[in-house]
Design a binder for this molecule. Sequence first.
Ligand SMILES: NC(=O)c1ccc[n+]([C@@H]2O[C@H](COP(=O)([O-])OP(=O)(O)OC[C@H]3O[C@@H](n4cnc5c(N)ncnc54)[C@H](O)[C@@H]3O)[C@@H](O)[C@H]2O)c1
Ligand SMILES: [Zn+2]
Length: 340
Amino acid sequence: MIVKVNLPINAYEIKIERGILKRADEELNLNRRVMIVTDDGVPSEYADVLKTKCKDASLFVLKHGEESKNLDSFAAIEKALLENNFSRKDCVVALGGGVVGDLAGFAASCFMRGIDFYNIPTTVLSQVDSSVGGKTAVDFNGVKNIVGTFYQPKKVLIDPNVLNTLSDRQKANGLVEAIKMAATFDEELFGIFEKAEKFDDLDIEYVIGKAIQIKADVVEKDEKEAGLRKVLNFGHTLGHGVEAALQDTDRALLHGECVGMGMTVMCDEDVKERIVKILNVLNIPVKYEFDFDEALDAVTHDKKLNGSTISTVYVSKIGSYELRDMTKEELSSRLKLLLL
Ligand SMILES: NC(=O)c1ccc[n+]([C@@H]2O[C@H](COP(=O)([O-])OP(=O)(O)OC[C@H]3O[C@@H](n4cnc5c(N)ncnc54)[C@H](O)[C@@H]3O)[C@@H](O)[C@H]2O)c1
Ligand SMILES: [Zn+2]
């Protein structure tokens, strides 16, 4: 399946196909210097396969985890590009999850003011979400994604086969973003999640394609996040608060897990029941222990308060959404519902 991201300039294709990694040279121009950026949590066999497809590959392996998404790693990649004599005609390929994609994309966008960037996302989250939209970034001074660029890849290859090595928890984590897109735009896709009793019941190629199509439509209409792209924040306003309150603790939750929880309190009761049923199948908690004040603080401090309210995404009917301005008091009472 091919999804075209039809941007006025820098349009590109996302190709979803089992085994496409092994045919990367048929899809990408690898007949030049190629910097493959990956991390040590991505099975090395994937980079080995990709290397054999390149004329002149260099490999840059990060330590896995969000901690690597920083300016030091960025500088190390730029240095490797320089030392390997990369020119404007060469390219960077990200082979990994969202951390690798965001960082490698940012590095490519800055080297010589921008060299070609290809993305081969290898987690569910990066396949259904971060590979579309062209947002690149690193974390800085304790703030996530605060330094970065909008930089579209030349092409994205999605090989669902690489998900076989991903843990169930990571799979579920990424699926939440696809469930979010279904809940706000596509009841038919939502129904597919409702029918599945486990991950393997899903036609993952189809689910990824559908989710990407939805995100691509949103991005096409709002490339630089002026308005519509806000809808992608469903579940994120409160989810982010929970995520922030738990980060750096030994009970930290993954981003998608927090977003899943966040969705359940930003919708009508019947919608909530349907979302909770899916989260239960995915083993994602719907209530959790966290520092309430810290979470509320993160919700209200981090987001743009329009006067005394925050604009949030609310779902009263699956497949649609509305924007609702909520006061701190309303957000607080909804956040409380997530406390165990
Ligand atoms: N640019 C965007 O629009 C956008 C959107 C959403 C999220 N993000 C960013 O994405 C990042 C999160 O991405 P993520 O959830 O993919 O996390 P991640 O990149 O940290 O990957 C999760 C873990 O899975 C491992 N892994 C990757 N592929 C694997 C495979 N095929 N088999 C086994 N293990 C594998 C990684 O080594 C890592 O340890 C965050 O930094 C977030 O800010 C960006
Ligand atoms: Zn998200």
